[in-house]
Design a protein around this ligand. Structure first.
Ligand code: GP9
Ligand code: MN
Length: 687
């Protein structure tokens, strides 16, 4: 103990002595005088980045974001440290070159933001056809006076150089070891700063950084320079991935499809909807387990219940997403391909050729469009919806977004649908047939803006008859205050908005010749413990039942995995009571949607990886990107190498092996198709 005390005292003494020396010898002043260029370089780099956030993101917590400023400073210190390797007379040119590069990054992003309300991506450079369309507009309309501000960085640096040069404060000679020492000590400071920065990061920061789907968030937390470096790596990675292994991939691809017929197999649903208009709803985080669920006799999802009751309801349906969540579902829904092994197809492979559902409708003379009231660059949709063949993508800029109508990520679903009906009416008056996808937004994690969802309650109200003949209402909290409970409130909001949308479409006569299709895009990623509470709540204790209770319902990790089902519904307003009004209980995945719809609307993709569900009834395998799979009989978890029988029959090793082989092959072919652009006929001819 004494030794520790002595050690601390010694340390405090040495620090004090050090600061005394610093003061006495005017070391700080001296440091400033000797390192003017380095310090000015840091100042200008951080200034430009802060001003960029100021111009783009307006709120003070954005442009004065501590994390972003620390990240920008760290980048500047690390880059600046290498300047010390140059001889003093050349050092200025080193700083100037980097100052110009970093200022250019700010300038380009500033101009890009004005036009697209998002930050620039290196990968956009490959979308030459797209840039061609907007190139002139950029020069004429977009480069504004404010974008020239960033020139100030290099100008200040030049000014500082001239001043110290005049006063001959620039040390002319510095031996090599002295330069190296300066570099290493400055670099060490930079690395310590980087370490301090990293420990301030939350797990949300890290996942968003990896996914690159919300560029504003990344710039706000990581600063513009780290964002751009990350973007550069993400943009180059697909190029590197596609450099090796083309021949093997092409051969596997050819083998996989060599026995595929050129014409589709027909069944009783062939062409039943040919020529009809289509509305597709991308139901954000809509899950099957909420269908039919009630609290105090009020339905959580009255609209989904109605659609599933009256339409064709696929109740054993799974989305097949990886880290690209919404965007992965959009990929699989539109192309019958699986998400890529690394990165996301939307962000990294938007320049590939896709055989997509909108393209088939385009060929049939339909006007195809997509609508989403969030920023167009979220998930890189602006580029990717173009690649998928949508003729027009209506995004945030096409909607009137008033502050009071914002929930979570953007315009609330009620308002989104209201404004979309008007757009669809216009489209309908100008086009004989049309196909449109509407991507919902409000029911998005974290489901925390509870006061904006309305007054749907997730408690249990009980009326108790008292001995004196009077009645008392007792309220049990049940799901109130839980994440799952908040999810139900949010979902109820979204569902009611959807119901209003259908009513408005009907009133506008837009449902008369229209097929309405809805899919849940992925599960809502809710805690398992909350499901335990949902299924095992005891009103006598207001707590979860004990697992020894005979009515206790086990909700283990398998139940959780299997409970991640999302709804898939095909509905028209005159389907109820017809032979199309049915529940399909066969296991089905998002990958099966394109071939199933293709058969109904009269198109065929020879290269779809899924199946028309009506051709494989009772014999379908749904593959997940992580190698898990599910059939009507078995759920298989590839990480654990364990399976669960769904029909109480023993599971044979052959059964597992056969499906594991199928899974691995399908995932490999899908990934290679995207990475090596194997649907690109031109490219494949020359290679
Ligand atoms: C973003 C929205 C949400 O615009 O579609 O994406 P998600 O977080 O669900 O992938
Ligand atoms: Mn989503």
């Amino acid at each position: 103990m004494k030794r520790i005390k002595k050690g601390i005292n010694d340390l405090v003494y040495s620090v004090k002595q050090y600061f005394k020396k610093v003061k006495k010898d005017h070391l700080i002043k001296k440091y400033f005088q000797d390192n003017v260029l380095f310090l000015v370089f840091i100042f200008t780099v951080v200034l430009n980045a802060t001003v960029l956030r100021f111009f783009c993101m307006h709120t003070i917590e954005n442009y004065l974001s501590f994390k972003a400023i620390l990240a920008d400073t760290t980048v500047a210190v690390i880059i600046g440290s290498f300047g010390y390797l140059c001889k003093p007379k050349n050092r200025f040119y080193y700083y100037l070159v980097f100052d110009i590069i970093l200022s250019a990054i700010c300038m380009i992003n500033s101009a890009y933001y004005t036009f697209y309300t998002s930050f620039a991506s290196v990968s956009m450079l490959s979308l030459t056809q797209y840039i061609g369309d907007v190139g002139d507009a950029v020069v004429e309309n977009v480069i504004q006076l404010k974008d020239l501000f960033y020139v100030i960085g290099p100008l200040i640096l030049i000014g500082a150089y001239l001043k110290i040069h005049k006063k001959s404060r620039l040390k002319q000679i510095e031996i090599k070891s002295e330069r190296k020492k300066k570099m290493t000590s400055t670099l060490a400071v930079g690395l310590i700063m980087a370490f301090c920065y990293c420990i301030t990061l939350s797990s949300l920061d890290v996942t968003r950084f990896v996914k690159q789907w919300n560029k504003e968030y990344i710039v706000m937390r990581f600063g513009i320079y780290v964002y751009q470096a990350n973007d550069l790596v993400t943009s180059i990675q697909p190029k590197i991935n596609s450099m090796f292994g083309y021949d093997k991939a092409k051969k596997e691809f050819d083998d996989y499809y060599k026995d595929r017929p050129d014409v589709p197999q027909t069944n009783e649903y062939t062409n039943i909807f040919e020529g009809k208009n289509v509305i597709v709803i991308h139901g954000e985080s809509m899950m099957t387990n909420a269908i039919g669920l009630k609290f105090n006799d009020i339905e959580v999802t009255p609209t989904l219940n109605k659609l599933s009751r009256e339409g064709m309801y696929f109740s054993n349906f799974y989305s097949q997403v990886s880290v690209g969540t919404s965007s992965d579902t959009e990929l699989t829904y539109n192309t019958s391909l699986m998400p890529t092994k690394s990165g996301t197809a939307f962000v990294s492979y938007s320049d590939r050729n896709y055989i997509s559902t909108p393209k088939f409708f385009n060929e049939k003379g339909y006007y195809t469009f997509s609508m989403h009231a969030n920023k167009a660059d979220f998930w890189n949709r602006r580029a990717m919806h173009n690649s998928l063949g949508y003729q027009r993508f209506y995004a945030k800029a096409d909607y009137k977004v008033e502050k009071e109508n914002v929930i979570g990520l953007g315009l609330n679903d009620r308002e989104f649908f209201k404004q979309s009906v008007k757009k669809i009416s216009k489209i309908n008056s100008k086009n004989e047939s049309w196909y449109g996808l509407l991507i919902m937004l409000t029911n998005h994690t974290p489901f925390s803006e509870v006061d904006k969802y309305g007054d749907f309650e997730v408690n249990i109200k009980e009326t108790i008859n008292k001995e004196d003949g009077t009645q008392e209402e007792v309220i049990h909290p049940y799901m109130e205050g839980t994440k799952l409970g908040n999810y139900f409130k949010s979902l109820h909001y979204a569902d009611v908005a959807l119901g209003e949308f259908i009513n408005e479409l009907e009133e506008a006569g837009l449902m008369d010749n229209t097929v309405f299709i809805l899919y849940g895009d992925h599960d809502a990623r809710l805690p398992k413990a909350d499901y335990n509470r949902l299924y095992n709540y005891d009103t006598t204790t207001d707590d979860i039942k004990d697992d020894s209770d005979p009515t206790y319902k086990e909700y283990d990790s398998y139940q959780y995995e299997l409970g991640r089902k999302v709804p898939f519904i095909i509905w028209t307003d005159n389907m109820a009571g017809t032979n199309l009004n049915m529940e399909i209980k066969d296991v089905m995945g998002m990958i099966d949607v394109q071939p199933t719809l293709g058969n109904m609307f009269g198109f065929y993709n020879k290269y779809s990886l899924g199946h028309d569900i009506f051709n494989v009834r009772g014999n379908n395998t749904v593959v997940f990107p992580n190698g898990n799979w599910v059939t009507d009989k078995v759920y298989y978890n590839s990480q654990k190498g364990a399976s669960l029988s769904l029909n109480n029959e023993a599971v044979s090793e052959d059964y597992i092996k056969e499906r594991n082989d199928y899974t691995n092959k399908l995932l490999a072919v899908s990934n290679n198709t995207i990475v090596f652009d194997l649907f690109n006929e031109e490219k494949n001819k020359t290679e």
